[in-house]
Design a protein around this ligand. Structure first.
Ligand code: IMP
Length: 211
């Protein structure tokens, strides 16, 4: 009995030692991808408090990721990881770009608007971009990385997985839309996964510098 109580205390102590990482996002699709990407790190991962509202006033993806990570770190007093991402369509001069989330009111409406605006163009090339930033409440920005993925906008949506513009983005190498990929394929070929591969060793180094 006494032994069981003490091992329970030990587990609690171990749990408390885990470094907390806030995912600075309210987008459940992104949070799920980060939980998969971070699964081999010993971190206590939490998503951003719902009360925290951050205005994306940056001029590019990196600036917006920095604003989000710094705001979450200041609000929670914990290490925070933010992503700012979006779809840049060549024929539309890079739109919707940093305004991807604000392009319309729902994923369905955003896809409908994009397909309609692109209907008069032959060029369907597009790039998905993800900027990642890790910030600490005391040290500010620690890591900044940007990743990208090239593809084509399909004529009609394909696939059931993922979120956002996934059903209309056909990745160049696999010719699959992101919504036709499983979780591992999306991570391997996707912009967020590619950015995270570069961030991974830097995050590992930072965590080991703490011990
Ligand atoms: P923000 O980074 O929160 O400003 O929002 C980015 C927006 O870009 C999301 O709301 C989605 O509409 C879109 N987006 C970003 N990454 C992805 C992705 O991996 N798949 C599909 N849509 C994405």
């Amino acid at each position: 009995m006494g032994q069981r109580v003490s091992s329970k205390i030990m587990i609690e102590v171990e749990r408390k030692k885990l470094l907390k990482l806030i995912i600075a996002s309210t987008n459940s699709g992104k949070v799920k991808e980060f939980q998969s990407l971070l699964k081999d790190f010993s971190l206590d991962i939490k998503s951003q408090p719902e009360k925290l509202k951050v205005e994306e006033t940056g001029a590019n993806f990196i600036e917006n990721a920095r604003i989000k990570a710094m705001s979450a770190a200041a609000y929670t007093r914990e290490l925070s990881l933010a992503d700012d991402s979006g779809l840049c369509v060549e024929a539309l001069s890079g739109a919707p770009g940093i305004y991807s989330a604000r392009y319309a009111d729902s994923d369905r409406e955003r896809i409908k608007r994009l397909l309609s605006e692109l209907s008069k163009y032959e060029d369907r090339h597009a790039t998905f971009i993800a900027a990642l930033c890790i910030a600490s409440p005391s040290k500010g920005v620690l890591i900044e990385i940007q990743g990208q993925c090239e593809g084509l906008i399909t004529a009609v949506p394909r696939g059931e997985n993922g979120f956002g513009y996934d059903p209309i983005f056909e990745e160049l190498e696999t010719k699959m839309t992101f919504a036709e990929m499983n979780k591992d394929q999306k991570i391997k070929f996707g912009h967020r996964g590619k950015a995270f591969q570069e961030l991974r060793p830097l995050l590992k180094k930072f965590i080991s510098s703490l011990s």
